[in-house]
Design a protein around this ligand. Structure first.
Ligand code: FAD
Ligand code: ZN
Length: 471
């Protein structure tokens, strides 16, 4: 038998034939990314059901030097969970590790398998009267392992932080096939280097996350949503300061959307609500949570909106008066990426900036793009409260996707040079994967890259963990 056949036979012994997929029809769903930009090849897709099986598979991969691409829900946006075209790697799907292991309402923690779907964790927390605050549009299919591996952000970062801030402990299988059990539910633990923080955001390049202890929070008594309209991003930033001053920690969402974003959603999803009769320059979706009562939340929101109208920061606002109306407003925000995907190709940027620089960044970068690519459409929205913009560029009317995508490098260069110049980051929440590797090399200092390579070399000297990603 060839080496590959020996390796696959060993995998079949460990997992059973049904969980070692090699037929094209079976492997296809695991090999193309969510945005349908790239299809890789794999020796096999492996579907272990236990941590011990993951460890045994990793020992086999180390023995036969087979590269491993971990995969959760495959909703990542930077080609991190897809193998390259060589066909020598295996995709290791964590989807069958999907149990809630424990929930401790007093410690306010939940211990979960890495393959648990995010929404399942939210629902388990809610059933116990708690809140698991991580929330993003892919929550019905992304996994907590993928959220941790990409340090996902989402819409509640302003109040609760990124996935990193929500994680207290991890269980990890090393590239050598050992199991590190760091499932500690401690809020304080200063006992040397923080290995947990190394694996979070490592995009599967250092080891496989198989379990995690995540923080839970009290469920707010009330949550209300409003949509405010204003002429410019500068007005939106002044509104952010005002809301933070008035509402403190009760402000749990602050999402910016440009007029063009809402126009795109209205064109692609005409069934969704249209809150304003007239068009405005920008919109902010606001969410306030109260630990006291609905009346308290409404009072806070109305007082803040009143002050914003008086200061002429906003031109108009609608406050959702029911859960259904509130969901309708959130749907406008969440349908922007879906509307873009339906409308055609676009070039995405997931960037962060010091909040104080955002209005200047948008003005300068919009102008630079318009001058280089007249008529290009800017789909700018995002988590303004976190300084994170999804600053996406769509082709001028009439230009084919193909002609437009030929300019991808030039467009990325214009946007990322501006981001770098303003002291920002070229990846705020989606990670680096295979897609932004060259950009990372361009904007990180040589010393930072050298330190990152030293960590990779120390933990994965054979370079079998998701090779070709990040570095
Ligand atoms: P995958 O896509 O399967 O994998 C992502 C990366 O993690 C890959 O590098 C993979 O190798 C690695 N990985 C996966 N599981 C493990 C594991 N158990 N151990 C080690 N490595 C692993 N992201 C945000 O941050 N904020 C958003 O608001 C947001 N909105 C989105 C909206 C939509 C509609 C979509 C499609 C995506 C969105 N994303 C967002 C991106 C994506 O959903 C997140 O990055 C998510 O965390 C990925 O989880 P996943 O389980 O799908 O991981
Ligand atoms: Zn986002």
């Amino acid at each position: 038998m060839s080496d590959q056949a020996d390796f696959l036979a060993a995998c079949r012994d460990l997992l059973g034939d049904a969980y070692v997929l090699t037929e094209d029809a079976d492997t296809a769903p695991f090999l193309t990314d969510w945005r349908d930009r790239f299809t890789g090849k794999a020796l096999a897709v492996l579907r272990p059901a236990t941590v011990e099986q993951v460890a045994a598979i990793l020992r086999a991969c180390a023995q036969w030097q087979v590269p491993v691409v971990p995969q959760g829900g495959n909703t990542g946006l930077v080609l991190g969970s897809i193998p390259d075209a060589a066909g020598t790697a295996v995709v290791l799907s964590l989807a069958r590790l999907n149990s809630i292991r424990a929930l401790d309402p007093v410690n306010r923690t939940i211990t979960v398998d890495a393959g648990c779907i995010l929404q399942t964790i939210q629902e388990a927390a809610s059933a116990a009267g708690c809140l698991f605050p991580l929330s993003l549009a892919a929550e019905g299919s992304c996994t907590i392992g993928g959220n941790l591996a990409t340090n996902a952000g989402g819409t509640a970062v302003l109040r609760y932080g990124n996935t990193r801030e929500l994680c207290l402990g991890l269980e990890v299988v090393t590239p050598q096939g050992e199991i590190w059990s760091g499932l500690r539910g401690l809020r304080k633990d200063n006992t040397g280097y923080d290995l947990r923080d190394l694996y979070i955001g490592a995009e599967g390049t250092l080891g496989i996350i198989t379990g995690a202890v995540m923080k839970l929070y009290p469920q707010p008594k009330a949550c209300i949503t409003a949509l405010a309209a204003m002429p410019s991003p500068a007005h939106a930033l002044r509104l952010l300061s005002l809301m933070q001053d008035h509402c403190g920690a009760s402000l749990t969402g602050f999402e910016l959307m440009s007029q063009y974003c809402l126009q795109l959603v209205a064109e692609q999803f005409p069934q969704l609500p249209r809150p304003f009769a007239e068009a405005h320059g920008q919109y902010v979706l606001l969410e306030l949570s109260s630990s006291q009562s609905e009346a308290h939340a409404v009072e806070l929101l109305e007082a803040s909106i009143g002050a914003a109208l008086e200061d002429e920061l906003i031109e108009d606002a609608v406050v959702a008066s029911s859960v259904a109306q509130s969901e309708g407003l959130w749907q406008l925000r969440e349908h922007i990426p879906l509307a873009q995907a339906q409308a055609g190709k676009n070039i995405k940027h997931d960037i962060s900036l010091p909040i104080s620089c955002i209005a200047d960044f948008i003005a300068v970068t919009d102008a630079a793009l318009e001058s280089a690519f007249p008529g290009c459409q800017l789909v700018c929205f995002g988590h303004l409260g976190d300084g994170n913009l999804h600053y996406n560029v769509a082709p001028p009317p009439g230009m084919t996707d193909r002609d437009f995508l030929a300019n991808q490098d030039a467009i990325n260069r214009i946007v990322h040079d501006q981001v770098h110049g303003f002291g920002g980051s070229i990846s705020a929440e989606h990670g680096i994967g295979a897609l932004k590797k060259d950009d990372l090399a361009r904007y990180k200092s040589p010393l930072e890259l050298q330190l990152m390579r030293a960590v990779k070399q120390a933990l994965d000297p054979q370079n079998i963990m998701n090779p070709g990603k990040i570095l």
